[in-house]
Design a protein around this ligand. Sequence first.
Ligand code: DGY
Length: 324
Amino acid sequence: MKPSIVSYKKLPEDLQDKLEQRFSVTAFDSITNENRADFIKALAKAEGIIGANETIDRKLLEQAPVLRAVSTISAGFDNFDVDALTERKIPLMHTPGALTETVADTIMALVLTTGRRILNVAERVKAGEWKGSVGENWFGTDIHHKTMGIIGMGRIGTALAQRAHFGFGMKIVYNTRNRNPEAENRFDAIHMELDKLLSVADYVCLILPLNPQTRHLINAERFALMKPSAFFINAGRGPVVDEAALIEALQQGTIAGAGLDVFEKEPLPKDSPLLSMPNVVAIPHIGSATFEARYAMAASAVDNLIAAMTDSIEGNCVNPQVIR
Ligand code: DGY
């Protein structure tokens, strides 16, 4: 008999077939209030699960007594209780390699759009305000040869630094716990303490995972260190930033603007002050949302699940200490 698994995000057909060749699959396109009870019922027999965008906490895991493999179609795993999985020796697989270049593209797009005020001026053109040669109140800020501060020089940070340094001649400063010799050699990147980085960068790009150490890492005191001409870009996780402090920094002119792909609460509430600020570009957590990257992530997650179910994990495991 094939092992039972549950998929809780719609997969491309060929990948769904690949799973069905090996497993008895209970598939949900997504989890909604209407089908949540069925999902929980299916967990009772599930030896593996694969999906995205659901909170998989200790309480939910109790509904899955025979679970032995979990595969998330994402790089981030802050929606999982990793300790609860590790206690039960269940590997949690993720897809960090599949979205690197795409997310770096998104961040660069946010840098360009905020600095050059692209949305703002495009809206004015559509509103019929373009009457002649534009004056200073349409001007933006240069990107080329400015200083980009990258907080989190992992895979995505490195791909971003490559674009910024070679494409735009930007000076790269970065902050990570451990120095990144590759970034220093390839991009002349300079490692800095976080507070120093915030005070020198023209574009501060935050690419950190969410965990207890990073929650609200960027707060009012840290925004106060930034230059009034600097832009803040977040494409990691919303709660790494104290959003109320960000809003205040934007309102007070402590910083020049922000490009945001992630928020403390997603979707962004309709009454968020961020939505009415002309110096904010807010996009709906689309860092990896291209056809190519989303397919690559799903393919990687399927392979990860198969590897975990067949005791042949070679990488992409969040808690490798559980591997037999
Ligand atoms: C990830 O993979 O973690 C991205 O944020 C998409 O959710």
